[in-house]
Design a protein around this ligand. Structure first.
Ligand code: SF4
Length: 559
């Protein structure tokens, strides 16, 4: 797919690094970096990945960078990582002080949407959109001209961002990602890539064995899991979301959703299950099903193949799946009675139950709110009704063992009544068996539609001091408009960690891991208190106590 380097030109040594994560419990290989590594090796260069979350001895890798072992060092930049960029600092310092020339590069969603920030941070060159093609071409050119200036090395390469000699930012959109290119990157390369899953699984196994959880709970964690990306992007445009805009903004042409076929998807699953022993496949794209006819048919066909594969012994019957969804993926238009004049959107039970039958253990729904008003306000823009959300959620809990629901409490347009309504809905779904996850405030993500409407969606900024002493600002939150909602959600955001520390001693999870449902109910308690609703705070406290497992026998953890 991409040209190989000239046989007689030297190879380029590339080090790619993952960011240091503070609280991720189950760490897995970074698919994007693994794919870059595979393509660099295939095109004749060398690539190594250092993951500071799992790999030991960071000083040793920094020493190797400093000694000039790598000509390129790169990492994937993330908005949520700012301002905790210590690891990136160290890597950058080592590469800039390297005994030989070492170029510091970055990629990922925020390299596209916030390139100015990352160039100011000190990155020499950013790759925009799917970076494989441009990185390979850049390595070929660097190999032929090791001392070339960046602006001459990238001449004619689209999909890069850098500062020219006069300090002016130059950004060029990427060439459109083609169907063949997407399939090559997401199927061919993934099929033959060689990832050290066992390093990650052993790490996670160790972390889980350190947890103070029951044997039953420990056994319910699936260690052997693999992340796959099987389509290019979500075609929706929720107001607060940047990820769906990523590919669309990286290239000049309008982009259709690209996907690998059901057959390719099944082949990846069968190969990974037998080659690595994967037990849980997590489809990590924002919208696995893709709500159109082709997307739904792809999932139905894939499920049929899985069911057949499990029946005839090609696939372990215990292999399971997880994906993220939009509610409307599970809605279809039907006449609800003979006399009905129009078709209504009703639950697509066939699709949900087929996924359940194939082995979906978990699916998460980014509902954000169950209020009709908020579902359709500009910052959310889900274009579904509360009734439709509830119908899908109530159907999913019967067909999938562990569904998840995501809510945002501090939606800018929310009133105190809306907030109470959503917290009560959250409790209702917690009690129905959903793992409810909440965000207290909407983030101001570069790239999201409302990010570009600062007049109507004012935001807060956080300051960040670069390693070169420059102070940069980066957007942080979009606070709710209503003063009481703003006060309640912002105060909860500031105090939630200390509230959790106070309350966790009454649970079996005294330190480290703390279940998501407990976070959620504590969020509700604090927000209710700050709203001045002691009645609700008391009610949520009772739910908290119901959720805390009993000590052996019937002796509860008392509060
Ligand atoms: S929030 Fe989910 S459904 Fe909405 S645009 Fe983003 S990825 Fe798509």
């Amino acid at each position: 797919m991409y040209p190989k380097k000239d046989a007689d030109s030297p190879r380029i040594n590339v080090l790619l690094s993952y960011s240091l994560l503070s609280s991720i419990f189950n760490i897995s290989p970074h698919t994007g970096l693994e794919r870059l590594k595979a393509i660099l090796l295939e095109s004749g260069h060398y690539c190594e990945i250092y993951d500071p979350n799992v790999d030991k001895d960071p000083d040793a890798i920094l020493k190797r960078v400093k000694a000039g072992e790598f000509q390129i060092v790169g990492f994937s930049v993330a908005h949520s990582g700012v301002p905790n960029l210590d690891w990136q600092h160290k890597l950058m310092k080592a590469s800039k002080n390297s005994d030989k020339r070492c170029i510091f590069v970055g990629g990922g969603e925020q390299a596209t949407f916030n390139d100015e920030f990352w160039l100011e941070f000190g990155i020499d060159l950013l790759f925009i959109g799917f970076a494989e093609k441009m990185l390979v071409e850049f390595c070929h050119r660097l190999s032929l001209d090791p001392n070339g200036e960046i602006c001459s090395l990238v001449e004619g390469i689209n999909g890069v961002s850098y500062m020219n000699e006069s300090g002016e930012k130059i950004s060029k959109l990427r060439d459109p990602l083609t169907r063949d290119e997407f399939q090559y990157l997401s199927y061919d390369l993934i099929l033959k890539s060689d990832t050290d899953y066992h390093k990650y699984w052993n790490h996670n196994r160790q972390r889980i064995s350190d947890l103070r959880v029951s044997e039953k709970m420990r056994n319910s964690f699936v260690i052997e899991y693999t992340q796959l990306y099987t389509n290019s992007h979500c075609a929706w445009d929720c107001g607060f979301c940047s990820t769906s805009q990523y590919l669309r903004k990286t290239q000049a042409d309008n982009l259709q959703v690209l996907m690998i076929s059901a057959e390719q998807l099944y082949e990846l699953v069968e190969v990974y299950a037998s080659k690595y022993g994967t037990k849980l496949f997590s489809f990590c794209e924002d919208d696995f099903v893709i709500g159109n006819r082709v997307g739904k048919q792809r999932v139905m066909d894939f499920c049929e193949m899985v069911i057949e594969g499990k029946k005839d012994g090609r696939l372990d019957p215990d292999v399971g799946f997880y994906c993220q969804n939009r509610i409307d993926n599970f809605l279809e238009r039907k006449k609800t009675s003979e006399r009905a004049k129009i078709k209504e959107r009703v639950v697509n039970y066939e699709l949900l139950s087929k996924m359940g039958e194939a082995g979906w253990r978990c699916m998460s729904f980014g509902v954000e709110t169950l209020s009709d008003k908020l579902l359709n306000c500009k910052s959310i823009n889900k274009r579904v009704t509360s009734k439709e959300c509830r119908a899908v959620l109530d159907a999913a809990i019967k067909l999938v063992p562990a569904p998840q629901l995501n809510l945002i409490l501090g939606i800018p347009e929310s009133t105190p009544e809306d907030l109470v309504y959503d917290m009560n809905a959250g409790v209702e779904y917690l009690q129905k068996g959903y793992a409810v996850q909440t965000a207290l405030i909407l983030g101001a993500y570069p790239g999201s539609p409302i990010y570009y409407d600062e007049k109507n969606y004012p935001r807060t900024y956080k300051k960040y001091k670069t390693p070169f002493g420059k102070t940069l600002e980066i957007s942080d939150d979009i606070p709710p408009f209503d003063p009481l909602v703003r006060h309640a959600c912002m105060t909860a955001k500031e105090t939630i960690d200390s509230e959790i520390e106070k309350l966790r001693k009454f649970t079996p999870w005294k330190k480290g891991y703390f279940p998501r449902m407990m976070f959620t109910i504590i969020n509700f308690m604090v927000v209710a208190r700050e709203l001045g609703r002691s009645d609700l705070e008391q009610r949520y406290m009772e739910v908290f106590q119901e959720l805390v497992p009993k000590k052996s026998g019937s002796d509860p953890y008392r509060i």
